[in-house]
Design a binder for this molecule. Structure first.
Ligand code: THU
Length: 153
């Protein structure tokens, strides 16, 4: 389905689970972790950061992309792993359904995809269990508007 080796998919999902443990999600009690596989094989993580002014909350994928961009690595994103689920009493994500990026995060991921000239692969995993659904960003956000439309990239 995609060209991410199974070992990298496992690394991405494991890193996303680790990241989710640092979610700041006291309002929704829904923890999300994201992990970006970079061209050099390294991984950049992010977790959702909610805010008392609810609408200011940031999704895990957006935090991960901002972290990569801040390190000058926006063009280097190859694949993404995402997991999420309702928190238990200890703040750990639970649930067996794969979580896929929200619409805003798809657009944020598209900035990295177009700047890097690659159709990023997104591996959506569950907080618990092994279920993973994999997509290309072009499947999740067809006919995307991006930097190329503004003559950039
Ligand atoms: N969330 C993410 O972090 N990523 C997504 O793609 C979907 C939603 C977060 C936002 C909010 O903190 C919580 O999940 C519930 O919507």
């Amino acid at each position: 389905m995609t060209d991410t080796p199974d070992s990298d998919i496992r690394r991405l999902i494991a890193a996303a689970k680790t990241a989710a443990a640092n979610a700041h999600a006291p309002y929704s009690r829904f923890a999300v972790g994201a992990a970006l596989l970079m061209t050099d094989g390294s991984i950049v993580q992010g977790a959702n950061v909610e805010n008392a002014s609810y609408g200011l909350s940031l999704c895990a994928e957006t935090v991960a992309i901002a972290t990569a961009s801040s390190a000058g690595r926006l063009r280097d994103v190859v694949a993404v792993g995402v997991i999420g689920g309702a928190m238990d009493a200890d703040g750990r994500a639970t649930g067996t359904a794969p979580v896929s990026p929200c619409g805003r995060c798809r657009q944020v991921l598209n900035e990295a995809a177009q700047m890097g000239g690659r159709d990023i692969v997104i591996h959506c995993g569950a907080a618990e269990g092994k279920a993973v659904a994999s997509y290309r960003l072009s499947q999740l956000l067809p006919a995307a508007f991006g930097p190329a439309d503004l003559g950039i990239g």
